[in-house]
Design a protein around this ligand. Structure first.
Ligand code: ADP
Ligand code: MG
Length: 329
């Protein structure tokens, strides 16, 4: 059975939740939303294109999860409380099974964060998913890229590089994106790529604590560089302090992991800075939200990035990060 446009919209609309701050949701020409008093609206958009952002054979439930996750990650990096989202879908066919599976992944994550779908657009074309996510933050309290100060520590959540390692293993034909892997370490890596965890709770507790924050979508180095450029500062990354992937170790792929961890994208971890005087506060705030965190470097006056290896020497990164309009170096 195939569905028309309105059948498709109905399938999706039926799955969303109600919220008291939605005066009018799906069904009219536009939604009406109430931002609480004293809060600033935070808005972000991200698109996933088949074959560019995910392999064509990716299961629809994983696509649904990830399309929302990359947007929630941007809200997390602002310290925002997620509230609403829109979904613009371009679909090659009106396949109800595909839509239901996509919705399973999408709403599993949406419901975990209490976020409601309040509108969107449905068209025929190459598979592409565009989401606009909205949330709020108390006025003036957002985490921004431009607040890093000389002397601040640089921190990162989770284990950057695992998603890029999963992608590399898929490109080598050693990891399937279509189905769970039998081997625990491979499955852990597949999930890092297919079902990233947006660090929403971490972003919320970093308000008033972090001096700047960014989410790692393009690679640790490239995204930390965004903080440096916006803040007008330099940074040093201590390579021996970066978190090590237990999965990479189990698969004896530490060398490949180490090549990928500063330049590989798609992790959706948070990289942030905080005054050195706040070290214990950062650790206990992250422990309270059950998020692994590692101190990986320092901010200095000046410009540019330095990577230091175990000998204290400056080391060159293998790849700076992902950029859609320039080939990887
Ligand atoms: P219009 O033609 O006025 O833009 P549509 O017929 O495209 O309206 O959409 C009707 C309603 O369904 C609107 O509320 C719109 O936001 C919603 N909608 C359309 N596609 C989606 C989608 N993929 N997800 C959620 N809501 C959708
Ligand atoms: Mg209209």
């Amino acid at each position: 059975m195939s569905l028309d446009e309105f059948g498709l919209i109905q399938r999706i609309a039926a799955r969303t939740r109600a919220r008291t701050d939605i005066a009018l949701g799906i069904g009219d020409d536009a939604a009406l939303l109430q931002v609480p008093d004293g809060q600033q609206l935070v808005v972000t958009a991200d698109t996933l294109n088949a074959g560019v952002h995910f392999p064509h054979e990716t299961p629809p439930a994983d696509i649904g999860w990830k399309a929302l996750a990359v947007n929630l990650s941007d809200l997390a990096a602002m310290g925002a409380q997620p509230a609403w989202c829109t979904l613009a879908l371009s679909l090659p066919a009106a396949d109800p099974d595909w839509i239901e599976a996509f919705a399973d992944g999408f709403f599993a994550l949406a419901d975990a964060h209490g976020i409601a779908l309040i509108g969107g657009d449905t068209t025929r074309g190459p598979l592409s998913i565009s989401i606009t996510a909205m949330g709020w933050v108390p006025a003036g309290e957002a985490l921004r890229r431009d607040g890093a100060q000389p002397g601040d520590d640089v921190w990162v959540t989770g284990v950057p590089g695992e998603a890029a390692l999963a992608l590399a293993l898929w490109q080598q034909g050693r990891l399937e994106v279509r189905a769970p892997a039998g081997e625990a370490a491979l499955e852990q890596l597949r999930l890092r790529l297919a079902r990233p965890t947006p660090r929403v709770a971490a972003g919320l507790v970093l308000r008033g604590l972090a001096s700047s924050a960014v989410d790692i979508s393009d690679g640790l180095l490239a995204d930390l560089q965004h903080i440096c450029q916006r803040s007008g500062v330099a940074a040093t990354l201590e390579l021996p302090q970066l978190p090590v992937s237990a999965a990479a170790e189990a698969l004896q792929e530490l060398a490949l992991f180490q090549q990928l961890r500063v330049g590989g994208g798609d992790d959706y971890e948070l990289c942030f800075t905080a005054p050195a005087s706040q070290r214990e506060q950062v650790r206990s705030a992250m422990a309270a939200v059950d998020t692994a965190v590692t101190r990986i470097g320092q901010i200095q006056a000046g410009a540019g990035m330095t990577l230091r290896d175990a000998s204290g020497d400056a080391a060159e990164p293998a790849r700076l990060g992902y950029n859609h309009f320039s080939p990887p170096r």
